[in-house]
Ligand binder design. Structure first.
Ligand SMILES: Cc1cc2nc3c(=O)[nH]c(=O)nc-3n(C[C@H](O)[C@H](O)[C@H](O)COP(=O)(O)OP(=O)(O)OC[C@H]3O[C@@H](n4cnc5c(N)ncnc54)[C@H](O)[C@@H]3O)c2cc1C
Length: 411
């Protein structure tokens, strides 16, 4: 392995840290510089709306690596450092200190940032976003058992934050434009399960309604809905989606389209430049189109794949998309990708909250979610990978082996 090369990784989070780890695992002997603007070493974000937010986990439990990992692997981790410019012509990045750093390979793992609310009152104190450790610490400080929390947006972050705030004893209202929580990914049927779950746990849901403004003197006191309702609030959590952080890539002239455009090898449009994680809109060979995933597992697995490609070992990223969510006592895993579907088939009774939902398109399973069932991952994955036409009656029958459905029927 060459030792005179410098590989630079921008974004010291899950994708970036896993890429750095893989470079060393694969025997790269050159310089690895991992640059992140946050002041903590790389950590995982999923606990920030779950156990970390509720104070059940500390930083060490959410860090990607132990504190001594980076020195031990000769990884030059630069925290509290921003990359302010990228020049692909000269293969250089500029740091906020003014230092210029040449690279032989560059990985952009700059992630995503929360979409901001742009209504009157959005800048009031007491309005929170939830992306970083600092955000989670501030939100944790703000929520007490006496708080009146209004969550704007019932997507994954909003729904999990609402569940955690309830677990902390706060009064919680959640406002969502769609007719049920999580509708965009799960659709109305499965979204309704989450609607009922939140209602059961005492969340006041306002569905099919928008937010017009936030009011308060200095800090937020009231959330004004488009139907005229006024919700008292001393904490507002905004979870209305994220935007990929493409600033550097854009200024450098890289091809963009809903993120940084990369091929199945996670290579961007300039030589030696790669992208991974939330920021990458990667061509997915299984789907024949580009898919940008905002999932923990994509960051976890794309980082290593990018590293292999940086080392000249052509490796396609073709994993099935996977994500998970925990709300109250409902844990779930979702596998596959189903931007559109014809119908949803249930195995098990959704009312018991132990079931599998399958999203069907053209007679095939495109995605599946196992809720509070933890031994179904492998057969579901096999079923999705098989791409076989499926007998929907057998699929719905809990007595039929899922594994058997994943192999072609013998005549
Ligand atoms: C609260 C929360 C809960 C979540 N829960 C789940 C879950 O349950 N399941 C699931 O599958 N996914 C979940 N996710 C999503 C998952 O955490 C993300 O998909 C994952 O963090 C993406 O990792 P990444 O490394 O691509 O980007 P990020 O984690 O966004 O990291 C990018 C890093 O790059 C840094 N950076 C950006 N630009 C620069 C620059 N110019 N210079 C220096 N540094 C820069 C940023 O500061 C950041 O530290 C959750 C996310 C959040 C916020």
């Amino acid at each position: 392995m060459p030792t005179n090369q410098t590989f630079v990784i921008v974004g010291a989070s899950l994708a970036g840290a896993k890429a750095a780890e893989t470079l060393r695992d694969e025997g790269f002997g050159g310089r690895v510089v991992l640059i992140g603007e946050e002041d903590a070493r790389p950590y995982e974000r999923p606990p920030l709306s779950k156990g970390y937010l509720r104070g059940e986990k500390g930083f060490d439990a959410v860090a990607v690596h132990s504190a001594d990992f980076y020195d031990a692997h000769d990884i030059d981790l630069r925290t509290s450092t921003s990359v302010t410019a990228l020049e692909v012509g000269s293969s250089e990045v500029t740091l906020d200190s003014g230092e210029r750093l040449g690279y032989d390979r560059l990985l952009l793992a700059t992630g995503a940032t929360p979409r901001r609310l742009s209504i009157p009152g959005a800048e009031l104190a007491g309005v929170h976003y939830l992306r970083s450790l600092v955000d989670a610490d501030e939100l944790r400080q703000a929520i007490t058992a006496e708080s009146r929390v209004v969550v704007i947006g019932a997507g994954w972050i909003g729904a999990e934050a609402a569940a955690s705030a309830r677990r902390l004893g706060a009064e919680v209202a959640m406002v969502e434009l769609a007719s049920v929580p999580l509708e965009r990914v799960l659709g109305p049927l499965v979204g309704a399960i989450y609607r009922d779950l939140h209602i059961e746990h005492g969340v006041q849901l306002h569905l099919g309604v928008g937010v017009d403004s936030l009011r308060g003197t200095g800090s937020v006191e009231e959330v004004c809905l488009s139907d005229g309702s006024l919700l008292p609030a001393d904490v507002v959590v905004v979870g209305i989606g994220v935007i990929p952080r493409v600033e550097l890539a854009q200024a450098a002239g890289l091809e963009l389209d809903n993120g940084i455009v990369v091929d199945e090898h996670l290579a961007a449009s300039a030589p030696g430049v790669f992208a991974a994680g939330d920021v990458a809109n990667a061509f997915h060979p299984r789907y024949g189109t580009r898919v940008r995933l905002e999932h923990w597992s994509a960051a976890l697995n794309q980082g290593p794949v990018a590293a292999k490609n940086m080392l000249g070992d052509p490796t396609a990223y073709d994993r099935l998309p996977y994500f998970f969510s925990d709300q109250y006592d409902l844990g779930m895993e979702y596998r596959g990708w189903a931007p559109i579907w014809d119908q949803v088939v249930f195995r098990g009774d959704p009312a018991t909250r132990e079931f599998i939902a399958f999203w069907i398109r053209d007679g095939r399973v495109r995605a599946a979610m196992n809720a509070n069932i933890w031994d179904a991952g492998e057969p579901i994955e096999a079923l999705l990978l098989s791409g076989l036409p499926i007998d929907l009656v057998r699929l719905a029958d809990p007595d039929e082996s899922l594994a058997a459905l994943a192999v072609p029927a013998k005549d």
